[in-house]
Design a protein around this ligand. Structure first.
Ligand SMILES: [Mg+2]
Length: 234
């Protein structure tokens, strides 16, 4: 394991790193599944529909990160494609589901285990910032409702910068906005490509939060399976 430098600025990813995206997404999808009678309409179980939606959504987000799909297309397509998987071609329903999903999911408040405990420990010791691929308005609701907002000095979204992680300009702009130097900064995130390789290519040390212990061949500065490990590391 690498030696722990004297870090001053910690950049946290939000989704799946602090905010339990998976649980919160499921909570929102369950509400919509019931509200719109999808079991009857699609002849599918809630669990199977959620799995289909997640698959479609993940594929679109991967395209979004590559820059081959824009925000409007992502929003228009994800429920439409999930419905189409059950032979329901209903663009209006797709649009309605997407709008309501976006409205209700950020209000769900499940956090990744130990998130608050770790932030309580780190906040007096470091400057904490959020560096997230996401839409400013939505990420702000998650941070506020989840009780995370007071811990962070700067909240930087890809939307506010116009470039997503892993692309270099988002990291250089994050350093510029926060007044941080590369050598005193640490990026903590769950996405190997966006967070970890992105930060590494920008000369920033990284903590790869890998709760499932997914195998990989990348050289990372630190790797943890639980946020709790940050209490010892930092
Ligand atoms: Mg993430």
């Amino acid at each position: 394991m690498a030696e722990v430098k004297q870090y001053r600025h910690l950049f946290f990813d939000l989704d799946h790193t602090l905010w339990d995206f998976h649980t919160n997404s499921n909570l929102a999808l369950s509400q919509l599944f019931v509200k719109y009678g999808l079991e009857e309409r699609l002849k599918v179980s809630e669990e199977a529909f959620r799995a289909t939606y997640l698959q479609v959504n993940n594929a679109l987000w991967a395209q979004y990160r590559e820059g081959s799909v824009d925000k409007i297309t992502l929003r228009k397509e994800r429920f439409k494609q999930a419905l189409a998987a059950y032979d329901v071609e209903d663009e209006n329903l797709g649009v309605t589901l997407d709008r309501e999903y976006l409205e209700i999911s950020p209000y769900q408040t499940a956090l990744v285990p130990y998130a608050l405990e770790v932030l309580d420990y780190l906040a007096p010791r470091y400057d904490l910032h959020i560096l997230t691929n996401g839409f400013t308005e939505i990420q702000d609701v998650k941070l506020s409702r989840g009780g995370l907002k007071p811990y962070f000095k700067y909240i930087i979204t890809s939307e506010s910068i116009g470039v997503n992680k892993p692309h270099a300009p988002i990291f250089s702009e994050a350093l510029r906005r926060t007044g941080a130097l590369q050598g005193e900064s640490l990026m903590i995130g769950d996405n190997l490509e966006a967070d970890i390789i992105g930060a590494r290519n920008s000369g920033i040390d990284q903590v790869y939060f890998n709760p499932e212990g997914e195998p990989h061949r990348e050289e990372v500065t630190f790797e943890i399976q639980s946020l709790k490990e940050l209490l010892k590391l930092l």
